[in-house]
Design a protein around this ligand. Structure first.
Ligand SMILES: CC(C)(COP(=O)(O)OP(=O)(O)OC[C@H]1O[C@@H](n2cnc3c(N)ncnc32)[C@H](O)[C@@H]1OP(=O)(O)O)[C@@H](O)C(=O)NCCC(=O)NCCS
Length: 163
């Protein structure tokens, strides 16, 4: 079952993110984004009352301006629960919510073969470029509204701390 993050979920989310990535960095990023009020959408997946998956979306800027676009990151699934469609279910639900909440589009840095199935395309095809050099086709975009802004996409500064 997927649902929106609720107050008090933070520690359980922290455990899932640490376990998924095998280190603290992404979990620290989630805390930093939450503390700075930069999480626009936070989705968890539950199984038998336990949180087994999490994803966050935070606003990105295009050419230094707010354009209603979100960055999807990080996405985490408890290692024992991977390859069972948990991330796919969370991503579909989060994209539906982003659309309903009137966000203009979503970018993601990830595996093209995985994200293509949700409608993401190489961001370069839409005229969007990642501020992190070398992202290539791993930088993908899904427009929810037209027109699509074009230019350089930058994530929240908390992402700069990620190695
Ligand atoms: C990347 C990650 C989030 C994917 O989570 P997941 O829950 O395993 O993802 P899904 O199960 O939805 O999809 C992954 C694969 O499982 C397959 N799958 C989906 N439903 C399935 C099911 N019911 N049974 C078996 N396999 C299934 C998908 O087809 C996909 O396979 P493919 O890409 O080889 O085609 C997870 O592996 C993870 O937490 N990794 C560590 C953190 C990370 O790297 N995050 C991404 C960067 S932010």
């Amino acid at each position: 079952m997927c649902r929106t993050e609720r107050p008090g979920d933070g520690d359980d989310i922290d455990e899932v993110v640490c376990a998924a990535f095998g280190r603290d960095d992404e979990a620290d990023l989630v805390w930093a984004l939450r503390e700075q009020g930069a999480i626009s959408l936070s989705q968890v997946a539950e199984y038998e009352g336990a949180i087994i998956g999490h994803l966050a979306m935070s606003p990105v800027q295009v050419n230094g301006e707010d354009t209603g676009w979100l960055g999807l990151a990080p996405v985490s699934v408890w290692p024992d629960c991977q390859q069972q469609g948990v991330a796919s279910a969370m991503i579909r639900e989060a994209l539906d919510s982003a659309n309903e909440l009137d966000w203009a589009g979503v970018v993601v840095l990830g595996e093209p073969a995985f994200y293509r199935r949700f409608g993401f395309r190489p961001a370069s095809e839409l005229g969007l470029e990642c501020a992190y050099p070398g992202a290539g086709d791993a930088f993908m975009a899904l427009a929810l509204k037209q027109p699509v802004p074009t230019g350089l996409v930058s994530y929240h500064p908390a992402f700069d701390d990620l190695a």
